[in-house]
Design a binder for this molecule. Structure first.
Ligand SMILES: NC(=O)C1=CN([C@@H]2O[C@H](COP(=O)(O)OP(=O)(O)OC[C@H]3O[C@@H](n4cnc5c(N)ncnc54)[C@H](O)[C@@H]3O)[C@@H](O)[C@H]2O)C=CC1
Ligand SMILES: O=C(O)[C@@H](O)C(=O)[C@H](O)[C@@H](O)CO
Length: 326
């Protein structure tokens, strides 16, 4: 059914809209982009074409995909002409409810009722934006990560009224362009940004309290739990560490920071049921029948390989602010 979306339109050709458009076009899907003015859309598309060539020259994209971006990605003179004939429209204008509402109203006034409309909002509940769209069963959140051509995940967020076939078609479309779509519930920040912003908030508190400078926080994160994240999410990481150990750690953190870092019931419940993670054979995941040993072996191989990749790639040195924030 991805064929139902042979043409897509992207409204808002900035950092995200541009990358989303490149991702579709690189896979041979015609993609028309609109921005605030025809001139801005033309300038952005010219840059997106050049950038695809640079990706190919650097070996990040096969040359045929860069050619496909030049062939299939086009600038439209207006929102109305971009969406004309599209089967799927991606909205990627700034993260402001007023701006998104006006643009979504305009999109839905200019397309048929069966045209699927996805918003790339980072955090605004989809149910809140749905009131701007006629036939809201064809509306949903489709949240890409930056930079869109290279980061696999796209959160797919149905609102209460989104049709299940619409969700299926969008999942299929995203898979057809090499993405990893995950359907999640409609809650502010969804999964990725609720976690990402919670991490950033605590990182900022550490700096505000003088515990560490931004560069020190980043160094610790990259080389500690951040090092594990390409392979394991927070539940697998907790299982591998030991859920009883996590529960005991929370005792100290909760005493110091209260509810902000309070012990989750989900965790104490596992520990009380004797599910301590990998070492007990069960936690949030099952490690029986030799799976525990397999997970540990894969973990060690993955981490050793990641160390080698990091050595090979080297680092880009970020220059610290001369007058660091407190
Ligand atoms: N920057 C990021 O890392 C990510 C951002 N997002 C979300 O994607 C959306 C866009 O963010 P960015 O691309 O980073 O912003 P951006 O500022 O780079 O791009 C926004 C684009 O929308 C255009 N625009 C503004 N008003 C418009 C209108 N009425 N009609 C058509 N185009 C209009 C702007 O000229 C600009 O090109 C936001 O909702 C943001 O939260 C989602 C994932 C990652
Ligand atoms: O991290 C990402 O790419 C996304 O989840 C985002 O939505 C943005 O970084 C966002 O937080 C910035 O507005």
């Amino acid at each position: 059914m991805a064929g139902a979306f042979v043409r897509v339109a992207v409204v808002g050709a900035g950092y995200m809209g541009g990358g989303i458009a490149q991702s579709f076009a690189a896979h041979g899907i015609d993609c028309d982009v609109a921005d605030e003015s025809a001139q801005r859309a033309r300038e952005r598309v010219q840059r997106l074409h050049e950038e695809a060539g640079e990706f190919a020259a650097d070996g990040l994209l096969p040359p045929r995909m860069a050619d496909a971006v030049r062939e299939h990605l086009r600038a439209a003179d207006s929102l109305e002409s971009a969406v004309d004939g599209a089967g799927y429209v991606a909205e990627a204008v700034p993260e402001r409810v007023d701006m998104k509402s006006a643009v979504l109203e305009r999109i839905s006034a200019n397309v048929g009722r069966d045209v699927v409309i996805g918003t790339n909002t980072s955090a605004i509940p989809i149910g809140e934006l749905a009131s701007n769209v006629t036939a809201p069963e064809r509306f949903l959140g489709v949240h890409w990560m930056n930079p869109a051509p290279f980061v696999p995940s796209v959160e797919v967020i149905p609102a209460a009224g989104t049709g299940s076939s619409v969700v299926e078609h969008v999942v299929e479309l995203l898979r057809s362009v090499g993405k990893v779509p995950t359907v999640v519930g409609d809650s502010p920040g969804f999964v990725a940004n609720r976690l990402q912003y919670a991490l950033f908030r605590e990182a900022a508190r550490l700096v505000e309290e003088g515990v560490a400078a931004p560069a020190q926080v980043d160094e610790v994160v990259r080389n500690s739990f951040g090092f594990r994240l390409p392979f394991f999410g927070p539940f697998a990481i907790a299982d591998i560490a030991g859920l009883d150990v996590y529960r005991d750690g929370f005792t100290t953190l909760e005493a110091a920071y209260g509810e902000r870092i309070g012990t989750p019931h989900l965790l104490t419940d596992q520990v009380e049921r004797g599910r301590h993670g990998l070492k007990s054979g069960q936690g949030f995941y099952e490690f029986t029948d030799g799976l525990g040993a397999e997970v540990a072996r894969h973990r060690d191989r993955a981490y050793a390989e990641l160390n080698r990749l990091r050595e090979r790639l080297g680092r880009v040195e970020l220059r610290e602010q001369a007058d660091p924030p407190r």
